[in-house]
Ligand binder design. Structure first.
Ligand code: 0O2
Length: 210
């Protein structure tokens, strides 16, 4: 195992464990036929190349990335409705298998790019053969519309290496406003959608049993 693999090993374990735990939360809602505030969960360990680029960009010396780079382990929780984000944050605050160290609300304070998301930074204890190791992980909570926008913007940022041309930036800001309005519209028909979904999952179970 090289030094990077060794360094990243507890982060990988944390992402794997947290993915199971967060997906487990969704499974419980689904099992009880209650609207799940969690639509789906993804997770990744930041690739070494991205760690190096970010460390360079933010002037973080390599010996400090453990304490200063909070998203080496990253989880993403996608929700159907903006209100679900609050529910998820509340559920995370109640857990005792990790400690929340910071919360960043980019929904009420959207970034100049148009980015919206709720970030929760946690300190997560990983059990290793050498004892417990506490690592930082970032959980990003966003709606499907916020995620759609962020995914597209991220690809463009990658394509233009952070220097997105001004006209595309303006279009992206307009698209962010459209995503915001979509979230608002969906919130207004939330009850209707939820009733239909609960009806659908209940009937699906009956159908699968027969
Ligand atoms: P990747 O490729 O997503 O892993 P900063 O990096 O300065 O914005 P900081 O302090 O590192 O901020 O943490 P913060 O604000 O919680 O944001 C880090 C992560 O949030 C980013 O990770 C993105 O995932 C997401 N993010 C923040 N701002 C934007 C944005 O304007 N557009 C998109 N698409 N995503 C954003 P990385 O490091 O960019 O990498």
């Amino acid at each position: 195992m090289n030094q990077w693999d060794q360094f990243l090993s507890p982060y990988k374990q944390a992402v794997d464990e947290l993915k199971i735990k967060l997906k487990g939360m969704r499974a419980q809602f689904v099992g009880e036929h209650i609207h799940s505030p969690i639509e789906f969960v993804t997770g990744r360990v930041k690739p070494v190349a991205s760690i190096l680029v970010k460390a360079n960009l933010k002037n973080i010396p390599l010996e400090k990335i453990e304490t200063e780079m909070q998203d080496i382990a990253g989880l993403r929780i996608m929700c159907q409705f903006v209100d679900d984000i609050k529910t998820v944050v509340h559920l995370l605050r109640q857990r005792n298998d990790f400690r929340i160290v910071e919360e960043r609300n980019y929904i009420s304070n959207k970034k100049p790019s148009g980015y919206r998301s709720y970030h929760v930074v946690i300190e997560y204890p990983v059990e290793t053969i050498n004892g417990e190791k506490k690592i930082l992980a970032e959980i990003q909570i966003r709606t499907l519309a916020m995620n759609f926008w962020a995914t597209i913007e991220h690809s463009l940022n990658y394509k233009y290496q952070g220097e997105i041309p001004e006209d595309i930036k303006i279009r992206l800001q307009k698209a962010a406003e459209a995503a915001f309005r979509l979230d608002e519209q969906m919130s207004q028909i939330k009850e209707e959608v939820q009733e239909a979904q609960v009806y659908f999952t209940k009937n699906k179970e009956v159908f699968e049993r027969t």
